[in-house]
Design a protein around this ligand. Structure first.
Ligand SMILES: C[S@@+](CC[C@H](N)C(=O)[O-])C[C@H]1O[C@@H](n2cnc3c(N)ncnc32)[C@H](O)[C@@H]1O
Length: 285
């Protein structure tokens, strides 16, 4: 059994692990064997490191609300599920909905190629063991580009399947990559500040209330002087077409300018939905 370094504990201490090596924070359980043992995959070491959650010796084998006693008081826990099968048609945007898309291969964004904007960023700002956060990391295509460029990366995504696939890929490359199943609206659960935060296509799928929580978390978790690289699509002409909800540039600016300085912005086209898109380069005041 390995031991997490103090650094890793500081980052991950609030994460709840509900089985199969994916840290789960503040969201409902889909795990099968969680409870008493925190299991954290550290891809750089190519092995599983396990940490006992103190005081949880008698916990049930399943994730359940009792685990909430390990969560700081300020954390609002979502109801935990049992292992019942997912609803046949989960509501759009829920963990089950995103997970279903990954399991069905319905992921047109997941082409395995790294956006040139991200490659240009890491070429200009290589990491020196700095911590980076990839919000809505999916299967980790962009996270791995950050890790290859010298960052220690935490990827967070609602989809358990996506994080699990990202972990496998990160492990096979022996990258410093950690996966968390959780929500972009719960960033305050991470006890760390990040030199770089990346979001390629997650933020623009959130609703107005979720965006506010996201921005509050980002304001606290992006280190002073840190960079926030964001890709957003604008609202679709046909909102029922199935693409992201999208967000207008003015709404992005209204949310982030109170605590971020806009360094650059470039327009493009979001495919296959054929709506306008924006890349944003922000820096923390
Ligand atoms: C369009 S995909 C982009 C994935 C990845 N960034 C990439 O470039 O391949 C959007 C991702 O955001 C995740 N997501 C959606 N809502 C989320 C939320 N509230 N918190 C965390 N992840 C979320 C989805 O599961 C999905 O993996």
């Amino acid at each position: 059994m390995g031991v997490l370094s103090g650094d890793e504990q500081a980052t991950l201490a609030s994460g709840l692990v509900c089985g199969q090596g994916v840290i789960q924070i503040g969201f409902q359980s889909i795990g099968t064997n969680g409870g008493s043992m925190a299991t954290v995959y550290n891809a750089s070491r190519g092995k599983t490191i396990r940490r006992q959650i103190r005081g949880n010796a008698g916990a049930s084998r399943r994730c359940n609300p009792t685990i909430s006693r390990f969560v700081p008081d300020f954390v609002r826990m979502m109801p935990m599920s049992t292992d019942s099968p997912p609803a046949p048609s989960p509501a759009t945007g829920t963990p089950a909905w995103w997970d279903g898309r990954y399991r069905a291969g319905d992921t047109p964004w997941n082409q395995g190629t790294v956006a040139p904007e991200v490659l240009a960023f890491v070429a200009a700002h290589p990491g020196r063991d700095d911590w980076a956060l990839d919000i809505g990391c999916g299967t980790g295509t962009h996270s791995r580009a950050l890790a290859r460029a010298g960052y220690r990366v935490i990827g967070i995504d609602l989809s358990f399947t996506a994080v699990e696939r990202a972990l496998q890929a990160g492990r096979s490359e022996r990258l410093a990559w950690y996966g968390i199943q959780g929500s972009a609206t719960d960033l305050l659960l991470l006890w760390r500040q990040f030199a770089v935060v990346l979001d390629v296509g997650c933020f623009h799928s959130l609703n107005v209330e979720q965006r506010t929580h996201y921005a509050q978390g980002l304001a606290r978790r992006l280190a002073p002087g840190g960079f926030y690289l964001l890709y957003t699509a604008r609202p679709p002409m046909d909102p029922d077409a199935g693409g992201p909800a999208g967000i207008e540039p003015a709404q992005v600016e209204a949310l982030f300018t109170p605590f971020l300085r806009l360094k650059d912005r470039q327009h493009g086209w979001h495919r296959p939905d054929e709506v306008r898109s924006d890349w944003w380069w922000w820096q923390r005041h």
